[in-house]
Ligand binder design. Structure first.
Ligand code: 0RA
Length: 655
């Protein structure tokens, strides 16, 4: 490989030496792609787009770019175009080749030319565009700069020719087009929704940037493409309003803070709503820090301290019989904490927890001052918030008692397992699975069909409680929910944090929701998922929650029969079994419920690890998951209708 490159540009003295290094770098990326972009599945695939977009966002944050266009091309190539300054194309002295080529082929070379601005954005892995290049079967970069345009193409990261000038141009900017390498990625098809939700988030986090997403795979009747534009002038204020779109606000406008200290930029927006859930989303350099960190700690500290001292001073807590705690100030709170930090230190299991200690103080001071000012200036709003806080403290007391009841029962009554649970014989959680089954009758079939060595069955009675609308103590009093807690061996709440989850005694590492393949079944699945998302989020984040996929049809002709999971499959099988003859001899059975299958069929199609398909539940974005659940399961009807209408067109055929 080294000879190839050396021959190409022998006139540059250092060219071959630096190129060998480059190739080794890119080779490392191709050998261990997961180390650089997280994984080689659907997530990693989308990550490629974020890596490229982040460069354009950086250019925008430096004040040189206003528009970013992301396009999914018909063959699932991606084009990212911006109107920034264009990547420099002049000779890079040390490397002996064009700066553009260096940016595109050297690991971490991205921001090195511009010492004045630090790279603020950067996907989770922040590896830069050269990684995307290494993982693309083909990539083209086009630069429009100084009245001229330049181009270079690459195959799996290797330049096909030196950067060439291709003509004059009155445009200014960079265009990167790439096709992911099918020999590396397990997936190649992009999801419009997934890209849209990240780009929407980026638009809110970086106000003033216009981001357009176009899907050329999806042509409208008039010949135009499916397209959405994301632009936010209000930034986090609008983000909070968007997140709370289906909740009833407590105060008329979100509280908003923007400031900086020691090179750290801090922005916070928060709103209180009439619900009971806490939704604090945090970002560092546009990365969603799901594990929190010092910025969140600073925010919480300022919130508790400022509210507590204002409440004491104004005698809001006098009639309260219990001590007020931090939790009480966060019920019905939706907040976004976004910081931009020059050298972020990421810690934690998923490297999404900010470690920089100096950030805590910066956030605490900047946010605390503004919050205090807000309370002093807006006594009416302050009163609304404090009435809610006092209620929250009272309810917390009730919830804690209810929660302790569940856990005491779990710990002391003969192993504490629910009577309805048909447990498996294995005691190894890693090897064990539990099926949460809709209804006693399907539960019975599943009990007969299962492999009792490692599969447990817990039948759930009909529609479980909608936790999105219920107060916390009601949730711990609900029979089906109590059963889930005790069967799973999951404890919730500690002295310090009422929502903390203890998974150390988790009894099954696969939790499979198995409901009928009809409207009611989907509703029940959604109710159960809402419960897991709000009360056992860690379990979902660990990838332990799955949805079973029972077949929709059995197509039969004589002795031949085949199960089908969607209409397209069904039609193909009918065609095949009819063998060119009449389709009337072919018999199609539509399964509406699990109950229509016998134990053997249920095992064979839905439960047997050798033949079944499970859908693993992953949280792509905490913010968009929150929107989905609050809109679908919350109180307000109009946003729900809008959501369903907007998504109906794109719902899967087999959903
Ligand atoms: C470094 C320096 C300069 C521009 C960029 C990077 C740049 C990179 C990307 C990646 C995607 N779009 C981009 N746009 C710009 C320019 C420095 C100068 O012109 O003085």
């Amino acid at each position: 490989m080294s000879e190839e490159i050396a021959g190409q540009e022998a006139k540059q003295k250092d060219y071959s030496a630096s190129s060998i290094q480059v190739l080794e770098g890119l080779e490392a990326v191709r050998k261990r792609p997961a180390m650089y972009i997280g994984d080689i599945g659907i997530k990693g695939l989308h990550h490629l787009v974020y890596e490229v977009t982040d460069n354009s966002i950086d250019e925008a944050l430096a004040g040189h770019c206003k528009n970013i266009y992301v396009t999914i091309l018909p063959d699932n190539s991606i084009r990212v175009k911006d109107d920034g300054r264009g990547i420099p194309v002049d000779m890079h002295e040390k490397e002996g080749r064009s700066a553009l080529e260096v940016v595109m082929t050297v690991l971490h070379a991205g921001g090195k030319f511009d010492k004045d601005s630090y790279k603020v954005s950067g996907g989770l892995h922040g590896v830069g565009v050269s990684c995307v290049n290494a993982l693309s079967s083909h990539l083209t970069v086009e630069v429009h700069r100084g009245g001229k345009s330049y181009i270079q193409e690459y195959s799996i990261g290797k330049p096909l020719y030196p950067v060439k000038e291709v003509g004059s141009s009155d445009y200014r900017g960079t265009i990167v087009t790439f096709k992911s390498d099918d020999t590396i990625f397990q997936a190649s098809v992009y999801s419009f929704e997934t890209l849209a939700s990240r780009l929407r988030e980026l638009a809110y986090l970086n106000k003033g940037i216009r981001i357009t997403l176009t899907d050329e795979r999806d042509v409208n009747e008039d010949g135009s493409f499916r397209e959405t534009e994301f632009y936010s002038q209000g930034g986090l204020i609008e983000f909070v309003k968007y997140l709370d779109g289906s909740r009833e606000p407590l105060i008329p406008e979100p509280i908003h803070v923007e400031g900086g200290r020691d090179n750290i930029m801090v922005e916070v927006a928060l709103q209180y709503n009439t619900s009971y859930s806490e939704n604090v989303f945090s970002y560092v350099n546009n990365i969603n820090t799901i594990e929190g960190g010092t910025h969140v700690a600073g925010f919480r500290r300022a919130l508790t301290r400022t509210f507590k001292s204002y409440g004491d001073k104004n005698k809001f807590f006098e009639k309260l019989k219990m001590e007020i705690v931090g939790d009480d100030f966060r019920e019905g709170l939706t907040a976004i904490v976004s910081v931009k930090v020059p050298e972020p230190q990421f810690e934690g299991q998923t490297k999404t927890k900010l470690g920089n200690s100096e950030v805590a103080g910066a956030v605490e001071q900047i946010f605390g001052e503004v919050l205090n000012h807000y309370l002093e200036e807006n006594p009416k709003q302050a009163k609304l918030i404090f009435d809610k806080v006092v209620l929250a403290a009272t309810a917390r007391h009730a919830a804690r008692k209810a929660r302790e009841m569940v856990q005491r029962k779990g710990a002391f009554s003969g192993g504490g397992l629910p009577g309805k649970l048909a447990d498996c014989s294995s005691k190894d959680p890693l090897a064990s699975e539990i099926f949460l089954v809709e209804g006693d009758s399907a539960g019975g079939t599943a009990k007969q069909g299962r492999d009792r060595n490692f599969q447990a069955i817990l039948p759930l009675r009909g529609k479980i409680l909608n936790v999105e609308k219920a107060m916390e103590h009601k949730i711990y009093e609900n029979e089906e929910i109590k059963n889930m807690f005790t069967a799973l061996g999951v404890k919730i709440g500690t002295e310090l944090d009422s929502k903390a989850l203890d998974l150390s005694k988790l009894r099954y590492h696969k939790v499979v929701i198995m409901c009928d393949a009809d409207v009611d079944g989907s509703h029940i699945t959604t109710l159960i998922l809402t419960f897991f998302f709000r009360y056992m989020k860690d379990l979902v984040e660990k990838g332990c929650v799955y949805i079973a996929q029972p077949p929709l049809y059995l197509v039969k002709k004589g002795k031949e029969q085949e199960y089908c999971w969607n209409d397209i499959q069904r039609d193909q099988v009918i065609e095949r079994l009819a063998k060119g003859g009449s389709r009337d001899s072919v018999h199609v059975q539509r399964y509406k419920g699990l109950g229509e299958m016998n134990a053997e069929q249920l095992w064979e199609t839905t439960m047997n690890p050798e033949t079944r398909t499970l859908r693993q539940i992953a949280i792509e974005s905490a913010a968009s998951a929150d929107i989905t659940f609050s809109t679908l399961m919350g109180d307000e009807v109009p946003p729900r209708r809008e959501f369903i209408e907007a998504n109906a067109k794109y719902a899967k055929v087999d959903a």
